[in-house]
Design a protein around this ligand. Structure first.
Ligand code: G4P
Length: 290
């Protein structure tokens, strides 16, 4: 797999986190509910050690609701506060302030005891690209655009975005690069569109996704492509070869034929990825808690 790595980018984010961590009371990590492992950068643990943490399972509208329930329980067990959200439609985002206050309840009580009632709570948002950070910040803050990019020539100081009278967000989310620890992480990030499609050719990507869906969500696959049954996987048949046969079966049903009656599997792969990303085949989660 042709995976790009951006050491400069990571260094910049690390520096921002190290600089700012002392100014925040809590860290909010936004992850993709469809791929809660692949969309986390494990460096966050070390970089934010000791800070109370809120994990936002975003994109719940696209994820398998049962799997989201398991993930929420898993992260709560690890001691994190958890918020489920569909930032695009602003679902769950209204609970952000309450979740942060609950997470910091002890600290807030201590402030109150010391008479520091009006003390503002500050939160840093972190997440990998495309997970929905800007959308989430905009919804929580009730504004239209989050300036997430540093543009050359534009000097901006760090700003705090007010959420309410006692709560502020660091306006620039920390953009972390995912960690490609094994092939499945790269594949998951490519399926969801978190990394560019050129990571693998689209047809191979489609083959892997087809095989995954056939074993975890066979009914949705049958229904989505009007297949009465899925072809049997042969002994020893590898993922790509089997996925290719599934692409052929689905493409034939959709009428994606090229000369000689062959199926245009590349076109089918593109459609499959589009439909997966748009949750048109159903709501799928690609990783479950161990
Ligand atoms: P980032 O800052 O983390 O890089 O992500 P950003 O907010 O830019 O979101 C990336 C894309 O994901 C956007 O779509 C956004 O609308 C969409 N998105 C964010 N949160 C959710 C969610 O909870 N559910 C769904 N379904 N989508 C979400 P886009 O196609 O780039 O833009 P647009 O078509 O929404 O304008």
């Amino acid at each position: 797999m042709n995976i790009q790595w951006y050491p400069g980018h990571m260094t910049k984010t690390r520096r921002m986190i190290v600089d700012q961590i002392k100014n925040v009371d809590a860290v909010c990590e936004i992850i993709d509910a469809r791929i809660p492992v692949s969309s986390r950068n494990p460096d966050v643990d070390e970089l934010t050690a000791g800070k109370p943490r809120l994990v936002v399972l975003n994109r719940v509208d696209q994820a398998d609701p049962e799997a989201t329930r398991l993930w929420a329980a898993h992260f709560r067990k690890l001691g994190y506060a958890v918020l489920e959200s569909d930032a695009k439609d602003g679902i769950g985002t209204g609970k952000f302030a309450g979740a942060i206050r609950e997470l910091l309840a002890e600290k807030l009580r201590a402030y109150a005891e010391k008479g520091q009632v009006g003390r503002v709570v500050r939160v840093m948002i972190l997440g990998i690209p495309n997970v929905g950070k800007s959308t989430f910040i905009n919804k929580v803050a009730g504004r239209k655009t989050a300036k997430t990019e540093d543009r050359p020539g534009v000097t901006r100081s760090k700003q705090w975005v007010p959420i309410d009278r006692g709560l502020e967000l660091l306006d620039t989310p920390g953009i972390l690069w995912p960690k490609f620890e094994d092939q499945s992480v790269g594949l998951n990030l490519a399926y969801t569109g978190a990394v560019k499609d050129d990571i693998l050719d689209i047809e191979t990507l489609g083959c892997h996704l087809m095989t995954y869906l056939s074993s975890h969500y066979p009914d949705a696959l049958k229904q989505g492509y009007k297949l009465s049954a899925l072809p049997e996987r042969e002994d020893e048949e590898n993922e790509v070869a089997y996925g290719y046969r599934l692409l052929e079966a689905a493409g034939r049903k959709r009428g994606f034929l090229i000369s000689g009656g062959e199926v245009d599997t590349e076109r089918m792969a593109k459609i499959l990825l589009d439909e997966f990303r748009g949750a048109k085949l159903g709501r799928f989660t690609l990783e479950l808690p161990q």
